[in-house]
Design a protein around this ligand. Structure first.
Ligand SMILES: [Zn+2]
Length: 297
């Protein structure tokens, strides 16, 4: 039975949430700046709100996190296993539209069986990058999600940072394995030296697999073929299948040889009643953000 890292984040509800939350584990690292925006900060996705409001919310998020809002690297999320490297040339203002990373920054490509190539709508996702790595201080990694987990990885001494987008498809696609191996190669370092934070994400309380078209049509067969009926993250409750994404991510991190004492989970469900976050699962229209940067000295 997999035991989760103990949450070190305070429990907060929507109506009393501060505009950003931070992981105490990273606040002890002086060379790291990071934050997770809440509904109090505002919706960060133009799909769910007027561009001017989204731009204002993004700039507020950057200001509260203490990063330079004009030096931000965005993601083009597609649940792939691709890992990209960004530097000063890739940084844009936080309120610009997310863009695709240039091919020169691709550190790890998706394999031929990457599940992001198909989805229930039949759309092919050939160009997404679901993890960004940087070694450049002051260039912030920025991700906007609704329920998938932002996973923050810090190399020893702040020599490099990674921000990965990990949902159930990314888990099966092994985006975290690609991220950790790439990070260790470019620093270089050992997995046991990496600090990991699993950000706010949908918990096993709310992630019913029977309601997931993606699970039924894309993931289930591959997942059970690889892991069997009791794979990491599978929870059976009242004869229904639920998915514990933080547990599945923790399982990957441990199998990749990160130390349990270096793995920290926010353990805040994005889909519970009164969640302080926007949530696709809970029908709370909007997206929240994650920012991660090496502090410019
Ligand atoms: Zn929940």
């Amino acid at each position: 039975m997999l035991s989760l890292p103990i949450s070190d984040a305070p429990m907060v509800k929507a109506n009393d949430a501060p505009p950003i939350l931070r992981s105490p584990a990273l606040m002890d690292l002086p060379y790291i700046q990071h934050g997770f925006s809440t509904r109090t900060c505002g919706n960060l996705a133009t799909r769910y709100g007027p561009p001017a409001e989204v731009a204002a919310a993004r700039r507020t998020f950057a200001r509260l996190t203490g990063i330079d809002s004009n030096r931000v690297a965005h993601f083009g999320l597609t649940h792939s296993s691709r890992v990209g490297l960004v530097s000063e040339a890739d940084a844009v203002p936080i309120d610009e539209t997310p863009y695709r990373i240039s091919i020169r920054g691709l550190l790890c490509d998706a394999g031929p069986h990457d599940l992001s190539f198909t989805n229930p709508q039949g759309v092919s996702n050939q160009s997404g990058v679901d993890c960004l790595i940087t070694t450049t201080p002051g260039v912030s990694l920025f991700m906007v999600v609704g329920d998938s987990a932002p996973v923050l990885l810090i190399a020893p001494g702040g020599k490099a940072i990674a921000l990965a987008h990990v949902g159930i498809v990314g888990t099966v696609n092994h985006v975290l394995e690609n991220t950790i191996r790439t990070l260790c190669r470019i620093v270089p370092c050992r997995p046991s030296e990496i600090t990991a934070v699993i950000g706010p994400t949908v918990g096993p309380c709310c992630y019913a697999l029977a309601q997931s078209l993606t699970w039924a049509q894309v993931v289930a067969q591959v997942f059970f073929d690889e892991y069997g009926p009791k794979g990491p993250g599978i929870v059976v409750r009242n004869d229904q299948y639920f998915f514990d994404l933080p547990a599945a991510i923790t399982d990957v991190l441990r199998r990749e040889r990160l130390l349990p004492s270096m793995i920290h989970a926010m353990n805040v469900c994005t889909a519970c009643p009164h969640t302080p976050f926007f949530s696709h699962q809970a029908g709370v229209a909007g997206r929240f953000g994650t920012l991660l940067a090496l502090r410019q000295v």
